[in-house]
Design a protein around this ligand. Sequence first.
Ligand SMILES: CC(C)(COP(=O)(O)OP(=O)(O)OC[C@H]1O[C@@H](n2cnc3c(N)ncnc32)[C@H](O)[C@@H]1OP(=O)(O)O)[C@@H](O)C(=O)NCCC(=O)NCCS
Length: 172
Amino acid sequence: MKNESDIISLRLLDQIDVDDFMEWSLNENVSKFFTWGTFLTKKDAKRYITKFIATHPWFRAICLNGKPIGYICVSPDVGSRFKGEIGYALSSKYWGKGIATKAVKMVAATIFVEWPHLVRLEGMVNIDNIRSQRVLEKVGFTREGVLRKYYIFKRKLSDLVMFSLLSTDQLT
Ligand SMILES: CC(C)(COP(=O)(O)OP(=O)(O)OC[C@H]1O[C@@H](n2cnc3c(N)ncnc32)[C@H](O)[C@@H]1OP(=O)(O)O)[C@@H](O)C(=O)NCCC(=O)NCCS
């Protein structure tokens, strides 16, 4: 576990956070689970923050005692307002301390209030990403099943596990 005195908080991510942002976005343990590549320069990272993060409907930095160590976001489904997808990542040196679980719990407890039109929050996880599956289970998401050969991941047709949390579900 993290130290009792550690504070986990969520806040908007800005250009001034670029060095912290690069710490997790350049981390190979992290990008292993994502379809996106890494940023080679600070300029590219800054451009990404301006173009994609600042304009994202719901994107927050996960902070440990004020320092951004990862992110969490909720992306609305294209075409159906009642659905959204959660995504998150942490620099690998902070893994295994319950931080992602805490951050997902914080979002799950507030997003249905912030977005009253949202009914279903989905978590779509690569079948080999056991840590992330565990996070969603611990928060109270329902594991609905495996979508076989559902998407191309690192040039390989891969299976995805579908999790969901409904606005009426109880958090654990
Ligand atoms: C997924 C991720 C956010 C988890 O962060 P985290 O802070 O380490 O997660 P937590 O500590 O809250 O929980 C991890 C759980 O996985 C468990 N776990 C870790 N390694 C495991 C393994 N190899 N097999 C099974 N369980 C494992 C931990 O024991 C813990 O469960 P527990 O509390 O019941 O013991 C982090 O690993 C990450 O950033 N990964 C890369 C990006 C990513 O995969 N994002 C999600 C995309 S869907």
